[in-house]
Design a protein around this ligand. Structure first.
Ligand SMILES: Cc1ncc(COP(=O)(O)O)c(C=O)c1O
Length: 384
């Protein structure tokens, strides 16, 4: 037998997201559901979609769900149903995925940004007063990374100005704020079932949920060419219907969602426990009364880009959501914003890093990620 020391085996990559681990677990159930749709030969606006609408509304604790083609369409349709028209202003945070802003722009309305709180990455209610104008017609709050925005002061402000609040709940299905689920807090909420989301379809899909029968009915009409009755259109709409195949797949996954969310929370707790020993890293917080669903586990560190390279070299997946806040996007150059306008969003864009996070992530993988971050801090920062 050789006496030479064996080289360490190359560690397995840790992906930032591993959807195949989930498919390995539920593949048989998914195939049965898809087969059921095939056998029914009903592909659009059928029983699966109607059942999913009820199930998602129930999960969010609201009366109505209306399935649509994507989270982006959900935002556009919810804004329209809340009365936003060309030329109106809509308040929203600049630190979000571009869809939050482009939904406003798609209606010919103007996004007006209000900075975030640096510790939660969500819109700062105190900034709304500074940014509101007589032309403001609605507020969009984003529950970023799976954590609810601080809704009480936002709702109080909205009420005082008689403004509807739309929740961009693309990233936070199942999260809660003071005992109420996100999706039930504003006038309407928009869900994305994009495949990487906590409840992800196998293609594009979305939903608007609301307690308002009026908003739900309007969106039902708008998603289907403005047809209030068959072949009778009352206003311009388009085709934004949720298809039966996606609905059937989502219904299967919905049965597993609360267990997956517990696993995400347990993984997040493990990361945070290990990071408590590591200087220079700010783990995500969970404010009192909030239940975070950890769509992303996002840390903050000044040397973010160097850390990202360090992790990539060790085959540890990580990602920056989002490197350029909306007010600095070329898309919004015409709004005339500059560096420094929304400092908390700009700094977050430079410092956030989302680490591997999914229900199937194992504790030893988490330990490996934290070890690699610690190694970076020790060698590249402390011993520099
Ligand atoms: C915050 C946010 N808003 C809106 C969207 C748009 O959703 P979709 O990709 O389903 O159109 C997403 C998802 O990508 C998102 O993360």
């Amino acid at each position: 037998m050789s006496t030479h020391p064996q080289p360490n085996p190359i560690p397995e990559p840790v992906p930032q997201l591993d959807l195949s681990a989930q498919y390995a677990e539920i593949g048989a159930e998914i195939r049965t559901a898809v087969e059921r749709v095939m056998a029914s030969q009903q592909f659009v606006l059928g029983r699966e979609g109607a059942a999913l609408e009820e199930e998602i509304a129930q999960l969010c604790g609201v009366a109505h769900g209306v399935g649509v083609a994507s989270g982006t369409d959900a935002l556009i349709l919810a804004l329209r149903a809340c009365g936003v028209q060309p030329g109106d202003e809509v308040l929203l945070p600049p630190f979000t995925f571009v869809a939050t802003g482009s939904a406003v722009s798609a209606l010919g309305a103007k996004p007006v940004f209000a900075d975030i709180r640096p510790e939660t990455y969500n819109i700062d209610p105190a900034q709304l007063e500074r940014r509101v104008t007589p032309r403001t017609r609605a507020i969009i709050v984003v529950h970023l990374y799976g954590l609810a925005a601080d809704m009480d002061p936002i709702l109080a402000f909205a009420k005082s100005r008689n403004l509807p609040v739309i929740e961009d709940n693309a990233q936070a299905i199942g999260a809660s704020y003071k005992g109420r689920r996100t999706g039930s807090l504003g006038d309407a909420a928009c869900i994305s079932f994009y495949p990487t989301k906590n409840l992800g379809a196998y293609g594009d899909a979305g939903m608007v949920v609301s307690n308002s029968a009026e908003i739900a009915a309007r969106i039902r009409t708008l998603r289907n060419h403005g047809q209030a009755a068959k072949y009778l259109s009352s206003e311009p709409g388009w085709n934004s219907r949720l298809d039966e195949m996606q609905a059937a797949i989502l219904r299967v996954k919905l049965r597993h969602l609360s267990r997956w969310q517990r696993a995400r929370r347990s993984n997040a707790a493990e990361y945070t426990r290990l990071f408590s020993q590591v200087p220079g890293v700010m783990p995500p917080i969970e404010p009192e009364g909030c239940e975070h669903v950890f769509y992303q586990y996002t840390i903050r560190i000044e040397q973010r880009d160097a850390l990202q390279r360090h992790l990539a070299a060790r085959k540890i997946g990580c990602a920056v959501y989002y490197p350029c806040p909306l007010h600095l996007q070329p898309l919004y150059a015409s709004l005339g914003h500059r560096d420094g306008d929304f400092p908390h969003s700009e700094r977050a864009a430079q410092e956030v890093l989302s680490l591997p996070m999914y229900p199937e992530l194992r504790k030893e993988q988490i330990a490996r990620v934290v070890e690699a971050v610690t190694e970076f801090i020790t060698h590249c920062i402390i011993n520099k």
